[in-house]
Design a protein. Structure first.
Length: 368
C-alpha cells in the first residue's frame, strides 16, 4: 500500500508543476506582442505589418514589446511582468494605471542596452549619432514617417536640392515628405514604381539621364548627347531637313545642360548694333532651322539692312514712294519677290506695258 505521505508529495508536486506550467503559459501569452495589440492595435499594426517603421524592423528581428519596454536583464523583465499583472488586476477594478513606469523617459537607455555601439554605426559621410542623447528624435518607434527636418539634419544637401530643383518631386516632398519615396531608411526606390517606362521601352535605365532624383530635370548633356533625337524627334528632323552649320554640331555645344536654351550671342555676333540679342528669334524662330527666316508684318527695316545693305541703300537714295515702305511690306516672307501688279492695279501704263522691269530695272529704284 502506498504511504499516505508519498501520495501527498506526488499530488503537491503535480499541482506545483501545473501551477508553474500555467504561470509560464500565462507569461508567454501576456508578453506576446499579439496580447499587447488588445490595447495597442495601432502600434501593433505597424509592428506586424510591412510599413517600414522601426517597430516593424524590430518585429521581423524577433524583438518583442517587452524587450524594449522593460528594464535590463531578467530583473527588468520580471518587474515589467509584475507591473503588467498589477495593471490587469486594477483594470478589473476599473482603475487605470500605466504598466510601464517611466514611459519615454527611459527610451535612450532601453535602446543602448541592445545598441551599445550606436555612436560608431552610421551610413554616409556624416555621423549623426555624435552628441545625441535622445534616440527618439529621429527614430520613432511606432511611426513610419520621419519628418523632413529630421532627415535634413543628416541629409542636408539632398534636402536643399529637391526644394530648389526637384520639379514635381519637390511637390511630393512639400505635400507629403521624404518617406513617400524612401519608405525605409537608405531605401532608394525604382523610378518605374511611380513613372513606369516613361519614354519608351528603349529607355528603361532612368538613371542614365536623370542622375539625381532630387533634381530630375538637371540632366548632364554629355551623358545623353547620342540620345537627344530619340526623344526630341521634331528638333532632330528640323536639323536634318534644313541643312545649316547647326546641323553639323552636337546638341551639347549649344545646350550645355538639359533643357537650357542658349542666347544666340553665345556664338553669333548680331547683324547690327541696333539689334539686341533678343531680336534674333524675331526672324530666326527655330534654332534648328536657322535659315528658315520668318518675321512679323511690322518688322522694321533695320532687321534687313545688315544682310541686304546694298538694296536698302539704293532704296533710300531713290527718294521714291517705295522709300517710305518697310522691307516687310513688299517682302512679307523672306526671299519672296512680289509682282508689281500685287500693289499697282490696274497697271499704270495700260496693258501694252506689262513687264515693269523693262523700264524700272529694280523696285528699290523705280526711277526711269
Amino acid at each position: 500500500m502506498v504511504p499516505k505521505r508519498l501520495v501527498i508529495i506526488i499530488t503537491f508536486s503535480l499541482l506545483l508543476a501545473l501551477a508553474i506550467y500555467g504561470a509560464q503559459q500565462v507569461a508567454i501569452h501576456t508578453m506576446a506582442p499579439s496580447y499587447c495589440a488588445e490595447c495597442h492595435p495601432i502600434e501593433y499594426s505597424s509592428y506586424a505589418g510591412t510599413d517600414g517603421s522601426l517597430d516593424y524592423a524590430h518585429g521581423v528581428s524577433g524583438i518583442s514589446c517587452y524587450d524594449c519596454h522593460s528594464g535590463s536583464g531578467t530583473r527588468g523583465k520580471v518587474e515589467f511582468y509584475k507591473a503588467e499583472m498589477r495593471m490587469q488586476f486594477l483594470y478589473k477594478l476599473n482603475i487605470q494605471e500605466p504598466h510601464v513606469e517611466g514611459g519615454k523617459r527611459d527610451i535612450p537607455e532601453r535602446c543602448i542596452k541592445c545598441h551599445p555601439d550606436y555612436v560608431t554605426v552610421f551610413a554616409g559621410k556624416v555621423n549623426p549619432h555624435i552628441g545625441v542623447t535622445d534616440c527618439s528624435v529621429c527614430h520613432k518607434g511606432h511611426q513610419q514617417d520621419i519628418k523632413d527636418p529630421q532627415c535634413a539634419s543628416c541629409h542636408e544637401k539632398p534636402y536643399i536640392t529637391i526644394r530648389e530643383a526637384g520639379g514635381r518631386h519637390a511637390t511630393l516632398q512639400t505635400n507629403k515628405n521624404c518617406a513617400f519615396c524612401h519608405q525605409e531608411h537608405r531605401l532608394v526606390p525604382d523610378c518605374q514604381d511611380c513613372h513606369g517606362v516613361f519614354h519608351n521601352s528603349g529607355f528603361d535605365a532612368c538613371n542614365d539621364c536623370h542622375m539625381n532624383a532630387h533634381a530630375p530635370r538637371s540632366i548632364k548633356s554629355s551623358a545623353i548627347a547620342y540620345l537627344c533625337a530619340d526623344c526630341h524627334v521634331e528638333q532632330g528632323e528640323a536639323l536634318r531637313d534644313n541643312p545649316s552649320k547647326h546641323t553639323n554640331i552636337r546638341c551639347m555645344i549649344c545646350h550645355l545642360s538639359h533643357g537650357e536654351i542658349p542666347t544666340c550671342d553665345l556664338c553669333h555676333e548680331g547683324h547690327a548694333t541696333t539689334l539686341a540679342n533678343y531680336n534674333c528669334t524675331d526672324c530666326h524662330v527655330n534654332g534648328h532651322a536657322p535659315k528658315e527666316v520668318q518675321y512679323p508684318a511690322d518688322a522694321p527695316s533695320d532687321f534687313c539692312i545688315e544682310c541686304h545693305a546694298g538694296s536698302y541703300q539704293e532704296l533710300l537714295d531713290s527718294g521714291t514712294k517705295h522709300t517710305l515702305l518697310t522691307c516687310a511690306y513688299c517682302h512679307p516672307e523672306h526671299g519672296e519677290i512680289q509682282a508689281c501688279s500685287s500693289c499697282h492695279r490696274p497697271l499704270p501704263h495700260g496693258t501694252t506695258f506689262t513687264d515693269c522691269a523693262t523700264c524700272h530695272e529694280t523696285a528699290h529704284n523705280t526711277r526711269v
